[in-house]
Design a protein around this ligand. Structure first.
Ligand code: C2E
Ligand code: CA
Ligand code: CA
Length: 593
């Protein structure tokens, strides 16, 4: 084969496959091609579709010129067959003038262009061929962009979907199974943050390469996005059959990668779902594999889990949790800790928030993250919530009896409690039994709990307000409060979610959102409380923008009553420590309390 001089496009040597049953027409085209002086065309001529298809074995032409009507094929059938045999080669149809309609249809069917016999000369033949090649290249590039991940050149989600559809169809025919693996690199974000995106990207490319090297050619390795990959293994009849492949992949990814001189250690967690047992299409299989992958991550990194095992583990751990929580309720293993809230204008403690803890006999003191959802799921939250209300009120009375300056108590109420028809009675009861003035109790409700049925919520809030109890919206800004309802609800306070508070110094949305909430509070005449204040900078920001109250680790962590008592005594006025000469924005409703 002659060397192609691709750099000098006009003098390129081009291989043409000419599919034409008429010898006269073939001669004519050969002659026309020879007349083109700027390129050299080397022609291979066959006279039937069958010969053209057979030649695909050892022929890689630059372009195919084909008559539509051949002894063994007619019309667009010719186009379809040639495209199947030569998927990457541009195709130009050469047909009689009366076939122009069919020629147009051929272009719709995928041919790049067509020529009409009798109207061909050397110049237009040459031009059509050049454009056809160019057009095909663009088409292939578009297909590639739509189906492959730019970074790793692996198939993307779209192509994965196509491949899986085919794999499942083959599995049904063969009566075999398909394994879907989701691989997620552990700590990739850390590596990316520490060494930079460029190295992170190279690590992903290397990971893709290693995964690819662990599987057979016919298996699919795709990048789902970020540091997540998927592998499709075909022809497996049993889950355990894929174990060696999984272990090979995990071992290979655990080996040190040297990228731009950095030695990078990483590991990958794998979740596996089997077709047909764990799902009947790609979405279901990916969901199952994803769940299994999370279970793998949860039980230590660099491991794998099959969906079936993961489900069983989860069911078992839920069962164990339910049993432990029921026992905890019976035995009274819950405790309350308290976190002070300080007025930003005067520096005095104006209240404490009660926060629930579980003293688990084996795991020690647990925060709500580990058990609140469980209490709700197993229908225990109302009982525990009633105890919280009662105990919190009692504790405040004890502190009052010790002659601490007046302060109030804030109690969290979850959505399920808010739906409890007995809630009002439980509140009344707690106040009655502890003889606590109602205005010293503040209930913290979340936006979502009020917004699911605003009309009903509004009615219940009015009942609570009529008792004299205060109402605050917790985690404000994270839900989806419709502002029109805020006017209607009888509220006393908005609590800015700690995620916003903690990002006021960074240049992101925390600052603007906090400012907006403070402004909203001022317009509606509501107190604004910043929760999760950890730094002087955050405190200063809140003071400068006119926030009323703050709570957070900067002042005190949530503490047991025994530990918080002395702190409260010592910090009844913390103005010396925390109230500096920071200019404070004057508020419209500032009554100088
Ligand atoms: P929450 O009501 O938003 O409570 C604030 C959470 O932020 C508490 O977590 C508190 O310990 C924590 N926190 C306070 N200051 C800071 C700080 O400066 N920095 C950081 N990073 N965190 C701070 P905790 O105690 O783990 O409670 C978590 C959630 O559990 C609460 O969020 C609340 O929604 C719920 N919860 C707590 N107690 C109860 C309860 O008695 N009943 C109900 N239904 N839910 C409760
Ligand atoms: Ca709260
Ligand atoms: Ca909160």
């Amino acid at each position: 084969m002659l060397n192609k001089r691709e750099d000098d496009e006009d003098h390129e040597v081009r291989d043409v496959l000419l599919v034409e049953d008429s010898l006269i027409d073939a001669q004519l085209i050969r002659r026309l091609l020879r007349r083109v002086t700027s390129s050299y065309y080397r022609v291979t001529h066959v006279r039937t579709l069958n010969d053209a298809v057979l030649s695909a074995e050892d022929l890689v032409p630059d372009v195919i010129l084909a008559d539509l009507n051949l002894p063994d094929s007619r019309g667009t059938q010719t186009v379809t067959s040639l495209q199947t045999s030569y998927p990457d080669i541009p195709l130009v149809i050469v047909s009689a003038w009366e076939d122009e309609a069919i020629s147009l249809r051929s272009v719709k069917a995928g041919a790049q262009d067509y020529l009409v016999k009798g109207h061909i000369d050397g110049a237009n033949l040459h031009r059509v061929i050049r454009y056809a090649i160019e057009r095909k290249r663009t088409e292939l590039e578009l297909v590639r962009l739509a189906h492959f991940d730019q970074l790793t050149s692996l198939p993307n989600r779209t192509l994965l979907r196509e491949r899986v559809d085919h794999a499942l169809a083959r599995a049904i025919r063969a009566g075999s199974g398909v394994a879907t693996l989701i691989l997620d690199m552990d700590r990739f974000k850390e590596i990316n943050d520490m060494l930079g995106h460029e190295i992170g990207d190279k690590l992903l490319v290397e990971a893709g390469r290693r995964i690819r090297a662990c599987v057979r050619d016919q298996d699919t390795v795709a990048r789902l996005g970020g540091d997540e990959f998927a592998v499709i293994l075909e022809g497996v009849s049993e889950a355990r059959e894929v174990l060696p492949v999984i272990e090979r992949i995990i071992d290979s990814l655990r080996e040190v990668a040297i990228i731009d001189g950095h030695e990078i250690n990483s590991s990958t967690s794998v979740g596996i779902a089997m077709y047909p047992e764990n799902g009947s299409d790609l979405s279901e299989l990916l969901r199952a594999a994803d769940l299994a992958m999370y279970q793998a991550k949860a039980s230590g990194r660099g491991g794998y889990r099959f969906f079936a095992d993961a489900m069983q583990e989860e069911a078992q751990s839920r069962h164990a949790l339910e049993w432990a929580l029921r026992r905890a309720v019976e035995r009274g293993e819950f405790e309350l800790v308290y976190q002070p809230q300080l007025c930003l204008r005067t520096g005095t403690v104006i209240g404490v928030e009660a926060l629930l803890r579980w003293m688990n006999p084996t795991r020690g003191l647990l925060t709500p993250y580990h058990f609140i959802a469980g209490l709700e799921e197993f229908g225990l939250i109302n009982e525990v919530g009633e105890w919280v209300l009662q105990s919190a009120c009692e504790q405040l009375r004890k502190w009052q009896a010790m002659h601490f300056a007046p302060m109030r108590i804030a109690v969290n109420v979850s959505a399920q409690q808010f739906e409890d028809p007995m809630l009002i009675d439980k509140i009344r009861n707690a106040l009655k039994e502890t003889k606590l003035p109602p205005e010293l109790l503040e209930l913290e409700l979340t936006e979502s709990c009020l917004m699911s049925d605003p009309a009903q919520a509004s009615a219940l809030l009015r009942e609570i307000r009529d008792i004299g109890v205060r109402i605050a919206i917790d985690d404000f800004g994270t839900g989806y409060s419709s502002l029109s309802y805020l006017h209607e609800f009888p509220l006393n306070a908005l609590k800015i979610d700690k995620n916003f508070v903690q990002s006021v110094e960074a240049n992101d949305r925390g600052g603007p959102i906090s400012k907006m909430i403070i402004g909203l509070g001022q317009n509606l005449g509501l107190e604004v409380i910043a929760e999760g204040v950890e730094t002087e900078g955050q405190l200063q920001y809140m003071r400068e923008h006119g926030c009323d109250v703050a709570q957070g680790f900067l002042y005190a962590r949530p503490e047991s009553p025994e530990d918080l008592g002395p702190w409260l005594q010592a910090n009844q006025r913390v103005s010396d420590t925390y109230v500096r000469s920071i200019p404070i924005k004057k508020r419209a409703d500032d009554t100088g309390t």
